[in-house]
Design a protein around this ligand. Structure first.
Ligand code: COA
Length: 128
């Protein structure tokens, strides 16, 4: 596992992994300043704030790693997840109709959301 590229943060209960948030980074190229965040929580452990906690931590790590932006990708039906990312300040950047296909070959709209991490830092330095 190359944690420089994919850093998984695990939620563990009773020695079982119940959730994971991952910070994906490109180590070169024109998106090297942009991280990607993905998150998955076991259905039985949803609605307890686990994803919120993991994402908050992953965003702190992304800032600490010097990333300027983070993005997250969704299919349009993942409305609850998009709402949750919006609570962290993510905005919808792109929506492409019928752009991706699931395992059963059904097409879905693709949504790219993004967060500018530099804004927070500017506020922080303005606040002293
Ligand atoms: C999206 C997901 C990660 C949320 O995990 P979670 O641990 O249940 O989330 P939290 O408990 O931290 O809830 C975060 C917020 O989203 C809301 N929320 C979470 N799941 C929801 C659902 N299915 N329906 C409505 N609201 C939901 C919560 O109410 C909470 O809002 P609140 O703080 O105002 O109450 C989880 O449902 C999941 O794994 N989904 C499948 C994978 C996915 O969609 N990943 C996102 C793409 S990267």
């Amino acid at each position: 596992m190359d944690i420089g590229r994919n850093l998984p943060l695990l939620g563990v209960i009773d020695k079982k992994i119940v959730g994971v948030a991952t910070l994906h980074q490109r180590l070169g190229g024109w998106k090297r300043h942009i991280g990607r965040v993905s998150v998955l929580v076991h259905p039985k452990f949803r609605g307890r704030g686990l994803a919120t906690t993991l994402i908050k931590e992953i965003l702190d790590i992304a800032r600490g790693a010097g990333l300027e932006r983070v993005e997250a990708t969704f299919i349009a039906e993942q409305e609850a997840a998009m709402k949750m990312f919006a609570m962290f300040g993510f905005n919808e950047l792109v929506r492409l109709e019928d752009y991706v296909k699931d395992m059963t070959a059904i097409t879905h709209d693709y949504v790219l959301m993004g967060l500018d991490l530099r804004t927070d830092e500017e506020y922080a330095s303005a606040a002293g």
